[in-house]
Write a protein that binds this ligand. Structure first.
Ligand code: TXA
Ligand code: MG
Length: 318
């Protein structure tokens, strides 16, 4: 059963001990809540897949407290180093080749010879990683294919049966998952848009970067199945008004009678922070579906629209 505890020095210590003993801990990051396990422990990593009912071809992000720790696990080329120095700690995940002596379970990277690494900025996550003193594998703490959690209560609702300690650090400030970037010598590609924008990445590198196209038969970033992030009700994008029984999720100054508004001032950062919590709130039996106002396709709007398109695809992942 899942238990929620307010984040504190004592609960972080207990959580670190639990992780070191092979248990599961859900913890806040600035992006979304993660479902963590000791990344060097095959059995503990397997528990993550079991708790999420996640297809085992889908590799996990491994969290470490700093670049130094990341470099003991993966090989960083010039581009990944400059991205790490610019955006870590923060909402960026770098996919790099595994080092030969990498201690991370092969299961965490789903048998790939690359590893997704992230240094979160959230002070509670930082403290937990330092106390645990092991790399922590952590996908978003939701059942596979479902909305990512941005509050501790979302985790408990999505994974009610998991043997799990949930550290409650309040709502996540970014609210969208990290941007997943692969840099491997033959260029830099965004595998998943997220909390750090394409524009910021291009500015840091001084060059343009590609955005991987989702292909459900051979996803480059296997979590990018079209069905990801689905609420259980149909979702309709670019809506100018709700239709028969739909909830209306507005954006900008226009929709005064929207049920909720992602950002009345049209601020995409505010909209990102509100996105999953508002979708959770509107995913209720009294509505037949969720209609969402248009979001501009720029800055964080790219990642928001990416998540909305996946939610609208409405195919539940197996
Ligand atoms: O913000 C986040 O990234 C959150 C917090 C908890 O850190 N984590 C998260 O993890 O969203 P998850 O497992 O839900 O998404 C990980 C993404 C998936 O799209 C996965 O396919 C991709 O990263 N990924 C992981 N390892 C990879 C690899 N070696 N090559 C390509 N993609 C990889
Ligand atoms: Mg996820």
């Amino acid at each position: 059963m899942a238990t929620i505890e307010k984040i504190s020095d004592a609960s972080i210590e207990a959580a670190a001990a639990r992780l070191r003993a092979g248990g599961l801990v859900a913890f806040p990051t600035e992006t979304v809540y993660g479902l963590g396990a000791d990344a060097t422990d095959d059995r503990a990593v397997a528990e993550i897949f079991a708790a999420k009912k996640r297809p085992d071809f889908n590799p996990l992000i491994v969290h470490v407290p700093n670049l130094e720790a990341a470099r003991t696990l993966g090989d960083f080329d010039a581009a990944s180093l400059s991205l790490a120095r610019r955006f870590w700690p923060g909402a960026l995940t770098l996919v790099v080749p595994r080092r030969k002596a990498c201690a991370v379970s092969k299961l965490a990277s789903a048998g790939l010879d690359t590893l997704a690494l992230r240094v979160p900025a959230h002070p509670g996550a930082q403290k937990l990683l330092r106390e645990t003193a092991r790399p922590v594998a952590a996908p978003s703490a939701n059942a596979s294919g479902r909305l990512s959690p941005t509050e501790a209560g979302h985790v408990a609702l999505s994974l009610p049966d998991a043997d799990l300690l949930i550290l409650d650090g309040g709502p996540c400030t970014v609210g969208l998952e990290s941007t997943v970037v692969a840099a491997n010598g033959d260029g830099v590609t965004i595998l998943r848009p997220g909390g750090v924008t394409k524009e910021d990445i291009e500015a840091a590198l001084g060059m343009s970067v590609g955005l991987a196209v989702t292909d459900d038969t051979a996803p480059r970033s296997p979590g990018m199945l079209a069905s990801h992030y689905a609420p259980s009700r149909p979702l309709r994008m670019n809506a100018s008004a709700p239709e028969n029984g739909e909830a209306w999720l507005g954006f900008g100054a226009g929709p005064a009678d929207a049920d909720l508004n992602l950002s009345a001032t049209g601020d995409t950062s505010e909209a990102a922070a509100n996105l999953f919590a508002m979708l959770h709130t509107l995913d209720r039996p009294r509505f037949t579906g969720i209609a969402v106002s248009p979001i501009p396709e720029q800055g964080l709007g790219i990642a928001i629209n990416d998540r909305l398109r996946r939610a609208a695809a409405q195919v539940i992942e197996t």
